[in-house]
Design a protein around this ligand. Sequence first.
Ligand code: ZN
Length: 342
Amino acid sequence: MNGRAREIGRARRRRPSVRVRRRRALVALIVVATVSVTTYYTLRAEHLPSRVADIAISTTTSTVARASAPLLLITATGITVPVQGLTSGGWRVVTPCGRTTTLTTGTVLSDIDVVIDPGHGGREVGAVANGLTESRLNLQVALELQKTLANSGIHAALTRTADYRLPIAARARIINKVRPKLFVSVQHNGGPAAEHAGPGTEVYFQRASPPSKRLAGLVWEELFNRLKNSSSHWVGATDAGAIYRTGEDGKDFHGILRLTNGVPGVLSEAAYISNPSEAALLATPEFRAAEGRSVAAAIKRFLMTKDPGSGYHEPLKRAMHDAGGGGTMNNCRDPALTAATP
Ligand SMILES: [Zn+2]
């Protein structure tokens, strides 16, 4: 005990010089960062609102600034964060845990048509069965969907880009910042379910939103028609289809649909991880790509046609307890937003 106290005492006496050295290093870092920021803004000037871009490119030649405002920033570590604004210190952004911080590097996104939300992540893995983990599967399908949309010139951003926890409030913050034409939360079902005559695909919509309902009908139609051709032993709920689900208060049960008022969105549960024969399909990259293509086809029809969609059902009355993870900010730990300095 005494020995430790002495050690701590020595450490304390030494500390000021370390502090001074650290402070000097920090000053040097800030100088370097400021220079990089200037260069960075110049390079990224096409993403900036014209006023900011004018400042940023005042010393450069012929870059023409676009009028669209920066919406999201992909950090150096690949994390999507909503942009609040530009300060002299860098981009002011909101972290997944809801903290405001300033970043000096990253890729700014300003033109986004669609937001794709891969459900779960980090310690909130979602359904786990038959060798599949829902959080991983959701991200794999989301990336296929993003790729397919990109091939059609539709720009989609992901709320989650890797395996980290993202509270529902943070997902909703991204969607509400972007206000895309639509969003899709990509999920997969788990848990016990009864045998079903065909695929038990469920696509949830925002109860009060006709566009969300139409999108759900189109996503359901595309997924169901794709799935029914695969030989599988299906399971599902009796009311599976394009449905809504409300909590005790009559509001949308799923947080991602409830917290995104005015932006049409759906939550898709294409198939059951917990059913071995559906899991066997989901385990193949071909099927995941086909699932992404099906949702992309539905999105294109939503944007380019007046097709009504199908599969609409009145939901069964059921007791609603827990939205199933990802809902709270409790013990929220942000993923690393800046690359570790060597
Ligand atoms: Zn899920």
